[in-house]
Design a protein around this ligand. Structure first.
Ligand SMILES: Nc1ncnc2c1ncn2[C@@H]1O[C@H](COP(=O)(O)OP(=O)(O)OP(=O)(O)O)[C@@H](O)[C@H]1O
Length: 588
């Protein structure tokens, strides 16, 4: 089944499932923080309760002690209030400390979860998305969520608790006045529910444009040599300028949206205070209310509307976090379209590898390989030749299961290749890519990448392994041998040397099937002869698949396949292959 991996083109159904699946994942991620969350919750509820008791004590003090001039009682209550406010300060500090830790740990776990997910996703995913945008999701979007968790969530809960308490107090002290005082709050809730989706959309657009800008930067940094060589700085500057402008205007849009809540909330809170004051004075004048109660009442109205005003800012932070979370969840909810299938029984006396009526296209609407069938036997050398774009690399990628066929089956050792665990499969199949990829480190570290066999070898033992595998001659081509430094961009060494490292890496894994995709295209003829000797001396059972444009590299092949227009045909001898190339059915 063709799966869509382009994060910027997910269907509505995928979006919905991703929010749900990811929410479940988020809960799993913070489940072990239950104790800390509970303690923070207790601290914030204590804080709210203490703050809520304040106005009641003040009102009582005015009515009971101030109006009767019993100043001793006033002093005692002032002392109680001071103790309560100090305890409130302590609980507030506790919750900030606890939640800061929870937020940072969540950020850490979340980034790890996304990174692990990225490691499991198939090549299709990386073909469809830009690295810069993915980096922005891992760094920027997760941080938005962390900000909400560490700074806003508990305030959010605390404010809601204070508001609820203040609301109950308002209704309890004077029911009718309470209804008047709370009426503007209902309008605020209505306004919030109408405007919130728009605010979230504005923030999502802004985060997307931050991702877009990051992708532009990454592309131009990756291609800086071509940009300088072709003097295309202006072109990239223009592209970056456009991405930056887009980011600027979406940031302004998001800023405007984010700031819409505060003034509206402030306006309605002021109206509420005015209403309470006017109605309260009227009630006092008709003897239905006391001054002390009005003071308490005004304080409770403040305790109801101040958190509401703060909720405006917190709600914005929540909307930003949710927009970030959507972008994170899109990645977390993706599943690899290369699952390991169960129950495959090996066919007896099977070839090492077999393509059975295989069809494949990178996209659903464009088939690249059409109904291909061939077998590769153990210990033989095969060559794939054919014009550029004919489908050689695609065939090799299917052999290594970088992709699955859209129809047909590929059998490895008589079993569906999809039934192998990835570790088992990569042990059996070595693939030297057209563009070798190196990691920052030494030649030794790069050769040992993904190979645990020699991890505990001393330098001497490892050098012996290299000699036994006939790789000593290649290593001599590096200035400091195994310790030669390599950077991930590979700029400190030549392209040919990069290919040699990839070659040694693959050979040392001792695979049953070794695929070389133009793996010797950038080395001189003498080194190429060296590589060819090493290939000849590989263990007898090793099968080799060589893709090459230089026909001398495939002279010794046992069988040659001609790959053109997505069809693979037996070429017979080298002369036949040359004839086919010359008459060349070109790529359609
Ligand atoms: N990632 C991809 N997404 C979509 N189409 C692709 C992708 N990679 C290759 N193709 C298309 O598949 C076809 C076969 O490409 P492939 O790389 O297999 O050819 P090739 O024979 O290896 O060419 P070369 O000799 O240049 O390496 C080409 O038409 C190419 O445009």
């Amino acid at each position: 089944m063709q799966m869509n991996y382009d994060l910027n083109k997910l269907s509505e159904k995928q979006e919905k499932t991703s929010t749900y699946t990811a929410l479940k994942k988020l809960i799993q991620l913070i489940a072990h923080e239950r104790k800390n969350l509970l303690m923070a919750l207790m601290a914030i509820l204590t804080n709210s309760t203490l703050n809520l008791l304040g106005p009641l004590i003040i009102g009582l003090t005015i009515d009971k002690y101030v109006q009767t001039k019993q100043y001793h009682g006033v002093l005692i209550n002032a002392g109680i209030l001071l103790a309560m406010y100090t305890a409130a300060l302590g609980s507030s500090y506790m919750q900030t400390k606890l939640m800061g830790g929870v937020g940072q740990r969540m950020l850490f776990t979340l980034r790890n979860a996304i990174f692990n997910k990225l490691q499991q996703l198939p090549v299709d995913f990386f073909n469809s998305n830009k690295a810069g945008d993915l980096i922005s999701r891992v760094n920027n979007d997760t941080d938005k969520l962390n900000q909400f968790f560490s700074q806003s969530l508990m305030q959010f809960i605390g404010n809601i608790a204070t508001m609820t308490g203040a609301g109950i107090a308002l209704l309890f002290i004077h029911y009718k006045l309470g209804v008047v005082a709370l009426a503007p709050g209902v309008l605020i809730l209505l306004f919030t529910s109408v405007v919130s989706p728009w605010v979230k959309r504005k923030n999502a657009t802004n985060l997307k444009s931050v991702g877009g800008m990051s992708a532009e930067i990454q592309e131009s940094l990756n291609n800086f040599k071509v940009i300088i060589a072709f003097n295309r700085r202006d072109y990239f500057r223009k592209r970056f300028d456009e991405a930056n402008k887009d980011n600027y205007s979406t940031a302004i849009g998001a800023g405007l949206a984010n700031n819409i809540f505060l003034p509206v909330y402030s306006f309605f809170s002021s109206i509420a205070q005015l209403l309470v004051l006017a109605c309260g004075i009227y009630l006092i004048s008709i003897g239905d209310f006391s001054i002390g109660l009005l003071v308490s009442y005004l304080s409770y109205a403040t305790l109801f509307y101040n958190p509401l005003r703060q909720l405006a800012a917190l709600w914005t932070s929540f909307q930003v976090a949710m927009a970030g979370w959507d972008r994170i969840s899109q990645i977390l909810s993706l599943e690899s379209n290369l699952p390991t299938v169960q129950n495959a029984l090996a066919e007896p006396e099977a070839s090492l590898l077999e393509f059975r009526n295989v069809h494949f296209g990178y996209t659903a609407d464009h088939e690249i390989l059409h109904n291909i069938s061939f077998k590769l036997e153990r210990g033989k050398t095969y060559a794939l030749v054919g014009p550029t774009g004919g489908g050689k690399t695609t065939t090799a990628s299917l052999i290594a299961r970088l992709y699955d066929p859209s129809r047909g089956t590929i059998l490895l050792d008589g079993k569906d290749i999809r039934s192998y665990d990835p570790l088992e499969r990569t042990k059996k199949i070595g693939f030297i890519l057209q563009e070798p990829f190196l990691f920052t480190g030494t030649v030794k570290e790069n050769i040992l990448y993904g190979n645990e066999l020699y991890l505990n070898h001393t330098s001497e033992q490892f050098e012996q392994v290299i000699t036994d595998a006939n790789l000593g001659g290649l290593l001599a081509l590096f200035e400091s041998g195994l310790e030669t430094k390599v950077s991930s961009s590979g700029d400190s060494i030549s392209l040919g040397q990069k290919q040699l490292i990839a070659f040694m890496r693959a050979v040392l894994r001792n695979p049953d099937l070794l695929i070389l995709d133009e793996a010797t295209a950038n080395v001189d003829t003498i080194t190429e002869k060296l590589l060819s000797d090493i290939l000849d001396k590989l263990p007898q059972h090793t099968t080799r698949v060589i893709i090459a444009h230089r026909l001398n590299t495939i002279e010794n092949a046992d069988e040659i396949f001609f790959v053109n227009s997505g069809e693979v045909t037996r070429a017979g001898s080298l002369d036949d292959a040359v004839n086919m190339l010359l008459q060349g059915k070109r790529v359609s």
